[in-house]
Design a protein around this ligand. Structure first.
Ligand SMILES: [Zn+2]
Length: 56
């Protein structure tokens, strides 16, 4: 099987610039880079729909 579910290891919010990294099974804010963004933002991640597990 060559098909695999690609899981991104980082994501960024289009709205506030929040940057998160996938770590130990959950998303964590990449605070080291000061990219916590707006805590009240309705985050719109740049990975939405960009890594479809299946293609026609
Ligand atoms: Zn946001």
């Amino acid at each position: 099987m060559t098909r695999e579910l690609r899981t991104p290891d980082r994501r960024e919010c289009h709205r506030c610039g929040r940057l998160e990294v996938w770590e130990d099974g959950s998303w964590r804010v990449h605070e080291d880079e000061g990219r916590a963004g707006n805590r009240f933002c309705i985050h719109e991640w740049d990975i939405n729909g960009s890594f479809p597990p299946f293609e026609d």
